[in-house]
Design a protein around this ligand. Structure first.
Ligand code: ADP
Length: 485
């Protein structure tokens, strides 16, 4: 029998992406399909999403979705069922899904994503004719209100559905002032400690976590870390109180998109058996970033430029990296001061440091294929994808020992190197001495050419496809459905 799951997400590849959430939401339907789960994704109708739909037909209409008209339309995403909340007043705008063209959060994000949650709750509970689901799976704060509406304001004619709430990043919680509560159209008892109330205001993610049948996050280590004040960002008490209902399921990667043997973005395709072909990609990358051509180690960084990613500490380490013969190519965007600081650093180190500010999917593939090592000095990292792509592409990850980075990279300590299982370099604590030391270790290992190749090969052979995690999600769905007959 097929299990029908509605996946509620604010972004999903290939239609709309700002970060790892989109990769995961886009990959999940195919990951769970072999385990008897038919996953329908529901997305907001941003311009890019609406454009991808051919002749959308209204499956349902709302005259008053938190104050605006909306309709539900259907389509496909990578061959899997897609539903879209077409509410032009909320989602037909230039700019990003969450920010305007100048990078500022939309002032009405609370209403946009509450409305999205309201619509998804109606769909999940079967109140929309012709659709019914066995379970609803909400991702991050933008989708979390789905679960609050299902709990506190279930639609007439709907039925109870068990739910999963996934935290992709605890740093984003959707906090708003209590004055907005009346506009959410929830009953007054929802504004309570075990509801959407959070420190006197409203917490979208908090409301979803309280209502969910189970909570998941994207690595076992992060699932443990968010039980502490350092990583729980104020929700650690809630996470601890949900006890065994909290699971860590590590993300996979889309091996159709990220395969060095078939990747059309690469100058030269390569494989674990033909590693030497990577050289052509390294040469291409050097010229793309205006770097000197050399056999020395080339570090790459692909990231949002934010405090989370430890980029300020990386900036401090650039002189050291260059001083010991390394070169650096960075692709990223975000914090304007950090963008400027990297430009300045590139000017100080011509031929050694190259910087590209912006978002460029093809270039990110080329960097994984041509770089020798990828630096991921994150202060916290729920799962992280760039280190996984690095592993798949023979670009050895140098990572902070936190969250999913700790779970997916095996440090090249002596025992691991001797055993042939090392896949990267880990370091403890995101500060100058620790990162500089990790960079030094990577450079030393790099020049031990045979050892380096063993490390590259061990990473490339690791299975980071979705097969294991797809089954883990499907098993979780089945257990929740079984306890909610
Ligand atoms: P997060 O979701 O916190 O940003 P992840 O490592 O989980 O971090 O996922 C980031 C995703 O976004 C990866 O697929 C990465 O390759 C991609 N990415 C980040 N910055 C850029 C950029 N400037 N250009 C292209 N891809 C990027």
């Amino acid at each position: 029998m097929t299990t029908k799951v509605l996946s509620v997400a604010s972004e999903a590849v290939p239609l709309i992406k700002t970060g790892g959430l989109a990769d995961v939401a886009g990959a999940l339907p195919a990951a769970v399909a072999p385990h008897g789960v038919e996953m329908t994704t529901i997305l907001p109708g941003y311009p890019a999403v609406m454009k991808a739909l051919s002749r959308p037909r209204a499956l349902h209409t709302w005259d008053n979705l938190l104050g605006e008209k909306a309709r539900l339309v259907g389509g496909k995403i990578d061959g899997h069922p897609l539903l879209v909340v077409d509410a032009p007043a909320y989602f037909q705008r230039d700019g990003g899904p969450y920010v305007d063209s100048s990078g500022r959060d939309w002032a009405d994000n609370w209403r946009r994503f509450a409305a999205f949650g309201r619509a998804a709750a109606d769909v999940a509970s079967g109140a929309v004719k012709g659709r019914s689901f066995d379970l609803v799976h909400a991702h991050d704060w933008q989708a979390a209100m789905t679960l609050a509406y299902l709990r506190f304001a279930p639609p007439e004619g709907g039925h109870h559905v068990p739910s999963v709430m996934t935290i992709h990043n605890m740093a984003f919680q959707g906090h708003y002032g209590a004055d907005l509560f009346p506009a959410l159209a929830l009953p007054s008892h929802a504004f309570a400690m075990d509801g959407v109330e959070y420190h006197g205001g409203i917490g979208f993610l908090k409301g979803g976590l309280e209502a969910a049948s189970a909570i998941t996050t994207v690595s076992p280590t992060y699932a443990r870390e968010i039980r502490t004040a350092e990583f729980g960002m104020g929700l650690e008490g809630l996470i601890v109180s949900r006890g065994e209902r909290v699971h860590g399921i590590v993300n996979g990667i889309d091996t159709a998109q990220w395969n060095p043997e078939t990747d059309p973005a690469l100058k030269a395709k390569f494989s674990v058996k033909a590693l030497a072909k990577r050289d052509a990609n390294k040469r291409a990358l050097e010229s793309e970033f205006g770097l000197e051509s050399s056999d020395g180690p080339l570090f790459v960084v692909i990231t949002r430029l934010t405090w989370q990613k430890g980029i300020d500490v990386l900036l401090e380490c650039i002189d050291h990296l260059v001083g010991i013969g390394g070169r650096l190519a960075l692709l990223g965007s975000g914090d304007k001061a950090m963008e400027n600081a990297f430009h300045t650093s590139a000017m100080r180190h011509p031929g050694k440091v190259g910087v590209r500010i912006g978002y460029d999917e093809a270039l990110s593939h080329q960097m994984q294929a041509g770089g020798d090592a990828i630096l991921v000095p994150s202060r916290f990292e729920p799962c992280g994808l760039t280190q996984l792509y690095g592993l798949a592409y023979g670009c050895v990850p140098v990572v902070a020992r936190t969250g999913g980075l700790a779970d997916t990279v095996i440090d090249a300590n002596l025992a691991a190197v001797m055993g042939g299982v090392a896949t990267g370099v880990q370091f403890d604590g995101v500060h100058y001495a620790a990162l500089a030391d990790a960079i030094s270790r990577a450079v030393t290992l790099y020049w031990q050419r045979d050892t380096w190749r063993v490390i590259q090969r061990a990473g490339m052979k690791t299975d980071f496809s979705w097969s294991r995690s797809g089954k883990a999600y499907a098993d979780l769905y089945a257990s929740l459905i079984a306890e909610n007959p």
